[in-house]
Write a protein that binds this ligand. Sequence first.
Ligand code: UD1
Length: 416
Amino acid sequence: MGKLIIEGGKKISGEICVQGAKNAVLPILAATVMANDISVLKNCPYLRDVDKTDLVLERLGCKVIRENNTVTVDASGMNDCVICEDLMREMRSSIVFLGAIISRCKKAVVSMPGGCPIGLRPIDLHLKALKSLGVEIQEEHGYIKCKAEELCGGNIHLDFPSVGATENAMLAAVCAKGTTTISNAAREPEIVDLGRFLNCMGAKVCGMGSSVISIEGVEKLHGAEYTIMPDRIVAATYLAASAVTGGEICLKQVRPKDMGAMLHVLADMGAVLKIEKNSIVQQAPRRLNSVHTIRTMPYPGFPTDIQSPFMAMAAVAEGTSVFVENIFENRFQHVDELARMGADIKVVGRSAVVRGVKKLQGSNVVARELRGGAALVVAALCAQGVTTITGTDFIDRGYESIEKYLSECGAKIRRE
Ligand code: UD1
């Protein structure tokens, strides 16, 4: 595994064009298998998870070509409906292939998914949703075997607005016979992006972005051309990176309207924000203020994915901040590493109490999952001295060339 070496204390100032969204591109790539046709996806970020998804597509018999940020998938040669253990273990999001493959082939076999070690991450809601559409499911030796003579529209109620379960239900429902209603659906902007792409393929999905999604089944889908939405979590990470260093940053190709909860916190911490339709300019104060309490919630609440990078900001803010993690039970793994850098953080159950210190110290730290790794980058940028971060494979799952974007904005950062 590689290392990132960061010499802290340089202002992060300049302009960044934000990459396409990981959590949108993965389900959309999965959806391409549903048409016996070619789809063209623009604004696909260069990420390990995207490469892995391309590999899944190739193993299923699709042809995948990348030219810069455009990925073309020809699913006409699809000849398999099995995703084997090595690929499923590496990336939890491969579970969204289940709905897409069952829709195309009427059967699918996948192994139990892996992914970042941030909690138990069961898939009961995914399976319950598919069963409501007539899918028969057997779980055997760590594999999930699904088949359906015919997919039939139905009423799906999710006990929790799971992003992945909502996506799987949408994928399986678009070509089911009749109408499907998904209630208590996830409302994340990435769900809207998937629904829009499916509609470009000829599906009839409406209500995405609200908690009730209605889908009228269509007979078949065709290929489509689509531009992936910007990554709101990456955008907020760069805002945090600039804010801890007292810099001024301009983000281009963003959608501030998807980022309300995060932008409110930044403003509460003292950042001055100038927000336009597709750009954000942020001027950071000399020292950030603490925030009262941040509770992670399903969208439009505060995203669990930005909890750790924002905790790195709170670690150097003036005063005490409290974070309550409501989505994943094991998402405080960055705390011990931040503590090595001199942060004062106490964890009690799902809450972390952060007493801001004046300065963090450069140290050797380990990224143990994707966003926790990003938090260490944010902390290192404002720390005194040099920080070495190992475990960078995790960071590369979600951040395209993080060292390039940050060094263009003044960071002293290199990869070894
Ligand atoms: C997606 C995102 C991830 C983000 C998360 C929450 C992708 C590729 N990943 O993950 O970055 O952190 O949404 O916004 O889009 N749950 C169950 N049973 C299930 C499914 C989920 O109990 O069948 C629970 C999970 O354990 C977790 C909560 O629901 O506590 C939220 O999970 P979910 O929304 O499904 O997250 P993912 O789709 O895995």
